[in-house]
Unconditional design. Structure first.
Length: 430
């Protein structure tokens, strides 16, 4: 009997590297992980030696090979933190520390970009990888640089020997025009050598096979296909479950973030809304300042657990709250001065907690409605991740307010999502 094909996903996270091996239709066979040291952070600059990533990837692949035979692995995919970038020479050797996704030190470069970039470009400001790239080029000199590479790009290149390649998702914050599938004309006004930019392909499309030495080291077959990767956030979305228009993932963490599979892209800079292209669809996302941090202003985790059994999810409180931890909102309304609305406060703490949960559910409803108003596919179902996903009463409240099925996500590990993307790519579904 022919063994089922297997796939490996590698996730380069903030605190560590994880690898997951799956077989067939995404059954987990083995997992491995190892920590990463914290990046160096000072005065808004956040940097890390890329060799630390490679050492961690090497460790998790060796650990995976000890837990399972890897000779049936047919595909491998790498995801990385969105916006982390480095520059290398022609041999792929980094010429300086990488600039991490949360580096905000490239203020002057961000201002240069803002003067020429399209208003809906995700490369604008200091939050995109383009500003970090410009500062890296100033530091090491254009003439020494052969490649500009994202975190996932560089690891995939170390495995395959093919540098100068990237994907739609990682390149969005570098300025790539995903709708037109090309680098935009306005980038030429920035005055750097555009040939340093990677060739870009859809996530999941075949890149090439492993280097023979890499295949031998980890016991992988020589024809194991490495596919173009994605960002960690998109890999986590793929891990959550279904991927079809109208399916969304809400993350109930300190803040409320959401992503929706859409047939059409949505770009609305005023709301911080943008779209990734993934598996032939668009993934539109936005984030509100509401969420767990707003609840934590009033209740501890222990108090929430104590009060939850007293909630009555099917009986609306009638309270019209807009919970925020502090003034200011991004989405579904863009108002830096918006004040929290958390009064009147009833004497019963359970009713007050339910009112807060209903308020957050209302913001979630309005956020998905805003995406639809902007042209996205209407919401059909919601998968939930984050700490709030475990609260059954809150799930009932959200299902009532949203008017669609709400369930916990099947999986939340980005490495698992990367393994799914490897499978989609090898099966020709990317």
């Amino acid at each position: 009997m022919t063994p089922a094909p297997c796939y490996i996903g590698i996730d380069l996270g903030t605190s560590g590297v994880r690898a997951v091996m799956t077989k067939g239709q995404d059954e987990i066979v083995a997992q491995a992980q190892t920590p990463l040291p914290a990046p160096d952070a000072k005065d808004g600059a956040v940097r890390q030696d890329p060799h630390l990533w490679w050492e961690a990837v090497d460790r998790v692949l060796l650990e995976l090979s000890e837990k399972a035979a890897l000779e049936t692995v047919v595909g491998l995919c790498v995801d990385g933190t969105s916006g982390t970038i480095l520059v290398s020479d022609a041999a792929g050797e980094p010429l300086a520390s990488a600039r991490m996704y949360n580096d905000r030190s490239a203020v002057a470069a961000g201002e240069r970009i803002d003067r020429v970039a399209a208003v809906d470009s995700m490369a604008r400001g200091t939050g995109g990888s383009l500003a970090r790239l410009l500062t890296l080029l100033e530091e090491v000199g254009d003439g020494k640089v052969a490649y500009a590479l994202h975190q996932a790009d560089w690891i995939a290149a170390r495995l395959t020997g093919r540098f100068g390649r990237s994907d739609f998702n990682n390149c969005l914050k570098l300025g790539f025009d995903v709708a037109a599938e090309r680098w935009p004309d306005w980038m030429s006004a920035l005055g750097f050598d555009l040939s340093l930019l990677p060739r870009v392909a859809a996530p999941g499309t075949p890149l090439t096979v492993l280097l023979p030495a890499m295949a031998r080291r980890y016991g992988l077959p020589p024809d194991c296909q490495v596919v173009h990767g994605t960002t960690d956030g998109n890999a986590a979305f793929l891990a959550a479950g279904a991927f079809e228009p109208g399916t969304a993932v809400t993350s109930l963490g300190s803040t409320l973030t959401l992503k929706l599979v859409s047939a059409a892209p949505v770009f609305a800079p005023d709301y911080g809304v943008y779209s990734h292209k993934l598996l032939g669809h668009w993934l539109a996302g936005g984030a509100s300042n509401t969420g767990g941090a707003a609840i934590a202003c009033h209740f501890s985790v222990a108090e929430i657990e104590r009060l939850t059994p007293a909630l009555r999810p099917e009986e609306p409180t009638g309270l019209e709250y807009y919970p925020l931890p502090s003034p200011g909102e991004r989405f579904p309304v863009a108002d830096p001065q918006k004040a929290p609305v958390e009064t009147p406060r009833p004497e019963d703490d359970a009713i007050f907690l339910q009112g807060l949960l209903e308020g957050i559910a209302g913001i979630e409803r309005d956020a998905y409605a805003r995406l639809a108003e902007l042209g996205a596919t209407p919401l059909r179902q919601v998968l939930t991740v984050g700490g709030g996903a475990a609260n059954a009463a809150w799930t009932q409240i959200r299902a009532r307010v949203l008017g669609v099925p709400v369930t916990a996500a099947a999986n939340t590990e980005a490495a698992y999502g990367a393994a799914r993307l490897a499978r989609f790519g090898c099966e020709g579904g990317a």
